[in-house]
Design a protein around this ligand. Structure first.
Ligand code: F6P
Length: 490
C-alpha cells in the first residue's frame, strides 16, 4: 500500500489483496441491503441505469466497484457479488450532511439544474467534499492494477480524476457526468469553479449526456483555466490532452422489451387498468421526488384539464409514481408537501367516490411492476424542468413493442435530443402542456405509431451496452502526450 494513502483507507483495505484492471468509482455501491426472513441481511443488485450499464462490463473485465453503502459510519469489508468485487467506502455522519446532502445535493445539484432551487455555498461543505473525494481517489489508487482503467461517475466525485492522477499517473481515467453541465453564466457562481474544472481535467475523457453540456465545459476550461481547445480536445500545459464529448446514456432495451412481452406483465397491466376503473386513457408520470422533475407544473396542467371539464375523470386518470429521495434536504421536504397539497386539491375538487383523477404513489417498485405500468399507460408524461437524460422515457419506449402509446417529453431533458418524435413540451408553459397532453391523447393511432416506431428504432439500436462500449473504446485509444498510443488497439 502506497505511503500516500491515508489511515482510513489503509485500515479499511488491510488484508484486501485483490486488485482489478477495471474499476468503477461511484458515490453509491450498485447494491441495496435487504432484510432476509431469518433476520439476516443480504445484498441485492439495485435497479437503475448505471448499474445495468456497468455490471456486464465489470464482469467481463474482472472489475471492482468502489462506492458507499448509503448508511453513515459503516466500515465494511470488501466482498464479491456475482463476480464483481464490491469495495464499500465509509462516509461518516458529519460527511453525509456536508459532502452528500450539502455540497453534492444542495450546492451542485441545483447549480447544475438551472438553479431551479437556490444553491447554497458553504465553505465547510466544500472542505468535506474535498476530503471525501480524496478518500475515493485513495481507494481507487489502491485497488486499480498497474496501467488499469478507472471510470469515475457523476457530480459527487468531480475532484477524483485529478487526485487519482496525482497518486497513479499510470492509469487511464474516464469520467462521466450523469446530470447536466451548466452554461458558464451559472457555473461561474461557484466559488470553487476552477478547482472543479481542474479536478475533471485529471481524466483522459470527460463524458457528458449532451453535446451542449460538453461545449459548456470546453468553453469554461478555455475561459477559466486558460487551456487551448479545438472542438472536443483540450490541450493542457503539461502536454496531456483531454477529450470532452457527449456519450448519451441508455438502458438495457432488450431486457425491458422482453419484460414487457411476458404474459405476466400484460396480465398485471390489465389488472392495474381495472383497478383504476378501466378508464379510456391512463396517463403516467414516474420520477424520483425531486424539484427538477417538474411534477407540480405537470399535475397542475392535468388538474386544469379535469377542473375545466375538458377531461372527464371517468375517462382519463393520471398515475404519478414518485419514490422518495434525499428526504433530509430541505428543498425535497418542501416539495413533498407541495405535491401533497396539489394532489389533494385536484382530487378534492373533481374526484368522485372511488374515482380520484390522480393516483399518487410515494414508493419505488421493482422493474417488473414498472414494465406493467408502462404497458398500462396510454400516455407517458416526462416533463422535467431540467434533466441530464431521463431513462424513464427510454424505458417506456422500449416497452411499447406494438408501437402504441405516446410520450410527452420535456425539451429540457437530455433524452429530447434523441427522441425527437416525442410530443415535445416546454414544462414551464402550462397551456402548452395542456394542449400537448390532449394531442397525445387524441391523435390518430397511425400518427402515434409513426412516432413510436421512430423512437423505438433509436432506443433499441442505442442501448446501454453501446454506451459503455463507446466510452471505454475511446478511453482505450487515448493518446500519450507525444501522440503515441500506449495500448494496442485491436
Ligand atoms: O444521476 C443522478 C444521481 O444523483 C445518481 O448519481 C444517483 O445514483 C441517483 O441520482 C440517485 O440519487 P441518490 O444517490 O442521491 O439517491
Amino acid at each position: 500500500m502506497s505511503d500516500d494513502v491515508s489511515e482510513t483507507v489503509a485500515r479499511s483495505l488491510r488484508g484486501h489483496e485483490q486488485s482489478a484492471s477495471f474499476v468503477v468509482v461511484a458515490n453509491r455501491l450498485p447494491v441495496d441491503r435487504v432484510q432476509m426472513p431469518d433476520g439476516s441481511t443480504a445484498w441485492r443488485t439495485s435497479p437503475g441505469g448505471l448499474v445495468t450499464a456497468l455490471e456486464p462490463v465489470l464482469r467481463k473485465l474482472g472489475g471492482a466497484w468502489i462506492g458507499w453503502s448509503g448508511a453513515p459510519d459503516e466500515e465494511l469489508d470488501p466482498f464479491d457479488l456475482d463476480g464483481v468485487q464490491l469495495v464499500p467506502i465509509p462516509i461518516f455522519d458529519q460527511e453525509v450532511g456536508e459532502y452528500y446532502e450539502g455540497f453534492s445535493n444542495a450546492t451542485l445539484w441545483p447549480l447544475y439544474h438551472d438553479v431551479i432551487a437556490t444553491p447554497e455555498f458553504h465553505r465547510e461543505w466544500w472542505d468535506s467534499y474535498v476530503a471525501v473525494n480524496r478518500r475515493f481517489a485513495e481507494y481507487a489508487a489502491v485497488i486499480a492494477e498497474k496501467d488499469g482503467v478507472v471510470w469515475v461517475q457523476d457530480y459527487q466525485l468531480q475532484l477524483v480524476p485529478q487526485m487519482l492522477r496525482e497518486l497513479r499517473p499510470d492509469l487511464r481515467i474516464g469520467f462521466f457526468l450523469h446530470v447536466p453541465f451548466p452554461p458558464a453564466e451559472l457555473f461561474t457562481q461557484l466559488p470553487w469553479r476552477r478547482r472543479i474544472l481542474e479536478g475533471l481535467l485529471g481524466a483522459d475523457i470527460v463524458g457528458f449526456q449532451t453535446t451542449g453540456a460538453a461545449q459548456n465545459f470546453v468553453r469554461l476550461v478555455r475561459q477559466r483555466v486558460g487551456s487551448k481547445t479545438h472542438r472536443d480536445t483540450i490541450y493542457l500545459e503539461n502536454g496531456r490532452t483531454v477529450t470532452a464529448k457527449a456519450f448519451p446514456i441508455s438502458i438495457d432495451s432488450v431486457y425491458f422489451e422482453n419484460l414487457a412481452r411476458k404474459p405476466s406483465t400484460q396480465a398485471r397491466a390489465d389488472e392495474i387498468r381495472a383497478s383504476l376503473g378501466n378508464p379510456k386513457f391512463v396517463l403516467l408520470g414516474v420520477d424520483r421526488l425531486d424539484y427538477t422533475k417538474g411534477m407540480p407544473q405537470r399535475l397542475r396542467a392535468f388538474g386544469e384539464l379535469a377542473q375545466q371539464g375538458i377531461l372527464d375523470p371517468a375517462d382519463a386518470v393520471f398515475v404519478q409514481v414518485a419514490p422518495p429521495s434525499r428526504e433530509r434536504v430541505d428543498q425535497y421536504r418542501r416539495l413533498r408537501d407541495e405535491i401533497d397539497r396539489i394532489v389533494g386539491r385536484i382530487n378534492g375538487d373533481v374526484g368522485r367516490i372511488g374515482q380520484p383523477p390522480i393516483t399518487y404513489l410515494h414508493s419505488s417498485y421493482p422493474r417488473e411492476e414498472m414494465a406493467a405500468l408502462y404497458r398500462a399507460a396510454d400516455v407517458m408524461v416526462v416533463t422535467p424542468l431540467r434533466d441530464g437524460m431521463n431513462l424513464v422515457a427510454k424505458e417506456y419506449v422500449a416497452c411499447r413493442y406494438e408501437d402504441t402509446g405516446a410520450l410527452v417529453l420535456s425539451e429540457f431533458a437530455g433524452a429530447s435530443a434523441e427522441l425527437k418524435q416525442a410530443y415535445l413540451v416546454n414544462p414551464y408553459d402550462i397551456n402548452g402542456m395542456k394542449a400537448t397532453m390532449l394531442k397525445a391523447i387524441s391523435d390518430p393511432p397511425k400518427e402515434k405509431a409513426k412516432r413510436m416506431r421512430a423512437m423505438r428504432r433509436q432506443v433499441m439500436e442505442h442501448d446501454v451496452d453501446k454506451w459503455a462500449q463507446g466510452f471505454l473504446e475511446d478511453l482505450e485509444t487515448v493518446l500519450e502526450p507525444h501522440g503515441k498510443r500506449t495500448r494496442p488497439v485491436d
